[in-house]
Design a protein around this ligand. Structure first.
Ligand code: QAP
Ligand code: CO
Length: 176
């Protein structure tokens, strides 16, 4: 089932999500719905809080060189923890909860993450490049953070200005 994705400035996006304790059918249904929702909305990553469920669960499905996503490549990370990180990289990020806004964000180039799968089994993921960006972006959601909070002051101002303008035009029905 496709669920609604909540968007900025919804307060729930700023909540800290809780640890998953029950690896049951309800969790599996949530993960399946998150996948369906992410694909329907052309996303490559989604955290549970974006569908209004405050649990430490996220999914990532990066496209191949042709831009196609394969479900076999789907990553499901439950209760993830970054145990090591190195280097830095800058990537132009977007977010389904901040639609149609993209900006450069600096993050670690490489991360090692301990997490659980949907059955509660422990696992380790080492990621670099785009996957490392995606992991760090989605993990920020679990702590109630959005990529726009990482923007330097003037860029954040630019974002707020664009957002207000967009809201106004939506109210009056003018297309931007
Ligand atoms: C997070 O982002 C991410 O504004 C996932 O109109 C960001 O899936 C991972 C999206 C950067 C790796 C690098 C955003 C779709 C999707 C939009 C997304 C939009 C439609 C964002
Ligand atoms: Co996001």
């Amino acid at each position: 089932m496709i669920r609604e994705v909540i968007t900025y400035p919804d307060k729930r996006l700023f909540l800290r999500s809780s640890e998953v304790e029950k690896f049951d059918e309800e969790l599996h249904r949530l993960l399946d719905d998150m996948y369906e929702t992410m694909i329907a909305k052309n996303g490559i990553g989604l955290a549970a809080i974006q569908v209004a469920v405050p649990l430490r669960a996220l999914i990532i499905n990066l496209p191949d060189e042709e831009g196609k996503q394969h479900k076999e490549d789907l990553l499901e990370l439950i209760n993830p923890v970054i145990v090591e990180k190195r280097g830095s990289q800058v990537y132009t990020e977007g977010c389904l909860s901040v639609p149609e806004y993209y900006d450069d964000v600096e993050r670690a180039e490489w991360v090692r993450v301990e997490y659980q799968d949907r059955h509660g089994n422990k696992n380790i993921l080492e990621a670099d490049g785009l996957l490392a960006v995606a992991v760090q972006h989605e993990m920020d959601h679990l702590d109630g953070h959005l990529f726009i909070e990482k923007l330097p002051y003037l860029k954040r101002k630019k974002f707020e200005k664009e957002w207000k303008k967009r809201k106004k035009s939506q109210k009056s029905g003018i297309k931007v």
